[in-house]
Design a protein. Structure first.
Lengths: 152, 405
């Protein structure tokens, strides 16, 4: 169906169709083409407007962010950083992480031991690796998300 | 003694029991009462949309109980096929039963708009603002409305009947009631708003049954496993501007959709403004619950034996499932096309959420996606087309009301 045909169908609807009328093929096609066309036209217009708004707000956000960064850089103290001093606190953090890993491995081993007791088979934990989920989420974050979405 | 007998006889003749006899009308009435019990069972025991189905079932039960005197009837089905006039309004208010008076809110299109106000206060348009392309899926799913219009037209129905049945494809109860009550007003038709509403809400409750079938049939496992990146969080200013812009655009282009879209967006503006917490609380709780009770019980009352036990009702139910399925298919196909164009960045499952059964359709997208890959979270991506579908079905309703007089 070309545009001229569609236009002529829509023209036939001028003034509307009486609700009690049994429509002919042309009127049915006219309502369908005009109806779907108008719904798409209105929603495409909204897509364009919202898209435009997105761009404007993005530009405003970016300019504000740049301003904040430049202000922060100006107000920061100008003393030279000491790399050695900065590196020092890292050691206890690594130690704490290692300790956390030990606890996690102990918990995982306990769960596996419980499972082996339940089904009468024995398992051995060979390695424990952190799993990185989609969008950079950890396994714990993914599980939290799954729990939040589960009620839906 | 004879006086006592006369009184007792009079009481018997005026009672509901005195109206039962061995005829088709009695059988129809009994069938409707039994059907109301089935609906009550489904609502209470099976939990099928109980907030709406239970009031509908009880309204059905009440209006099908016979009464000897017309003035004792709680609902008069015969009133609602007459054209509206000042005398007609007087008759409803003076001679009508309680449910007749409550049904005025449906007939005058007050309840659907108030429900849209409540929905607006509960809707987050954030996913739609973050991904405006979702609007297209909301538009595509309205194909169900217009393709069903064609099917109903080919079956020889009148224009008003075609429009009233087709709008079921929008999967939006208040919109179906709004359109059918306007189109069928004074029309020479056996259909009524009650049967349209019953079909619409029945199929909305059956979304988890109807949609997954088409979703699995029309998509591949690979497509269903597509993961979409997390959406950005729109700012408060964007969320405040959105309802104003949508109202402006829709009301200027389709004025007949202004009541529905205007109330939806007004409710949303109340919510997003953050300045009207008391109004938001009332709109989304007390007002919504009151209107749901009035709407449910009065719509249920219209399903009398004479309105339901006929071929037209069966046609409505048959075309209703066609409308719903076509809406789902249209959304899925456009989402597949978008996936093709974007090089595999759109999961086609979010397309079926373009029908406006909020949030059930989005929940189904999430559920079917998670069945393929439990680490796939489509809920917020599907909410975009889902809320776009509400706007889309209101626009489609406006088009139908503009074209069919």
């Amino acid at each position: 169906m070309n545009l001229m045909n569609a236009a002529s169908l829509i023209t036939r609807l001028e003034g509307g169709i009486d609700g009690d009328v049994h429509m002919d093929g042309g009127q049915i096609a006219g309502v369908t083409v005009a109806g779907l066309g108008v719904v798409f036209a209105v929603l495409v217009l909204l897509v364009l407007i919202i898209f435009l708004f997105n761009k404007i707000f993005e530009a405003i956000y970016n300019s504000q962010r740049k301003k904040e960064i430049s202000e922060a850089a100006q107000s920061a103290p100008k003393s030279d950083p000491v790399p050695a001093a900065a590196a020092k606190p890292a050691a206890p953090a690594v130690k704490a992480a290692a300790q956390d890993d030990d606890e996690v491995i102990a918990v995982i081993s306990a769960v596996v031991a419980m499972m082996s007791e339940a089904d009468g088979r024995s398992y051995r934990v060979k390695s424990v690796k952190p799993v990185q989920g989609f969008s950079g989420r950890t396994a714990w974050a993914m599980d939290g998300r799954r729990q939040n979405v589960a009620p839906f | 003694m004879s006086i006592l007998m006369d009184i007792l006889l009079g009481l018997w003749e005026n009672s509901g029991l005195g109206q039962f006899g061995l005829n088709w009308a009695t059988l129809g009435t009994l069938a409707m009462i039994l059907l109301s019990f089935v609906f009550m069972y489904l609502a209470i025991v099976k939990g099928f949309e109980p907030l709406l189905l239970l009031p509908i079932a009880f309204g059905m039960f009440l209006s099908n109980l016979p009464a000897g005197l017309p003035e004792d009837m709680i609902f008069h089905a015969e009133f609602w096929n007459e054209p509206q006039s000042a005398e007609w309004f007087w008759k409803v208010l003076h001679d009508g039963g309680l449910l007749d008076k409550l049904y005025l809110g449906v007939k005058l299109q007050i309840y659907p708009c108030l429900i849209f106000l409540g929905i607006g206060t509960m809707t987050d348009f954030g996913p739609l603002i973050a991904n405006p392309k979702s609007f297209l899926l909301g538009a595509a799913a309205q194909g169900g409305i217009f393709f069903t219009f064609v099917a109903a037209g080919l079956l020889g129905m009148t224009a008003a009947e075609c429009g009233s049945i087709a709008i079921i494809g929008g999967a939006d109860g208040p919109t179906s009631i709004y359109v059918s009550s306007k189109l069928l007003e004074g029309a020479n038709s056996k259909l009524n708003t009650g049967t349209i509403a019953l079909a619409a809400y029945t199929y909305m409750a059956l979304v988890p049954v109807i949609q997954p079938f088409w979703m699995k049939l029309l998509t591949t496992k690979k497509e269903r496993a597509i993961k979409m990146p997390q959406l950005r969080q729109p700012s408060k200013t964007e969320k405040i501007i959105f309802p104003v812009v949508v109202t402006l655009v829709v009301a200027l282009i389709i004025p007949s959709a202004a009541s529905l879209v205007g109330m939806l967006m007004f409710g949303n503006l109340l919510k997003e403004s953050g300045a009207c917490d008391r109004l938001v609380d009332t709109a989304q709780n007390a007002l919504m619950n009151i209107v749901t009770i009035f709407l449910g019980i009065s719509v249920g009352a219209t399903t009398t034996a004479s309105n339901v036990c006929n071929w037209d009702f069966i046609k409505v139910m048959g075309l209703g499932v066609v409308a719903f399925s076509l809406g789902t298919i249209s959304g899925l196909l456009l989402a597949k096309l978008m996936n093709l164009i974007t090089g595999g960045k759109v999961n086609p499952l979010i397309g079926s959420a373009g029908v406006s059964a909020v949030p059930m359709a989005a929940r189904i997208s999430q559920k079917v996606g998670a069945q393929t890959d439990p680490t796939n979270f489509l809920l917020m991506h599907a909410m975009g087309p889902n809320v776009a579908g509400v706007i889309g079905s209101a626009v489609a309703a406006g088009v139908l009301l503009s074209v069919v007089k």
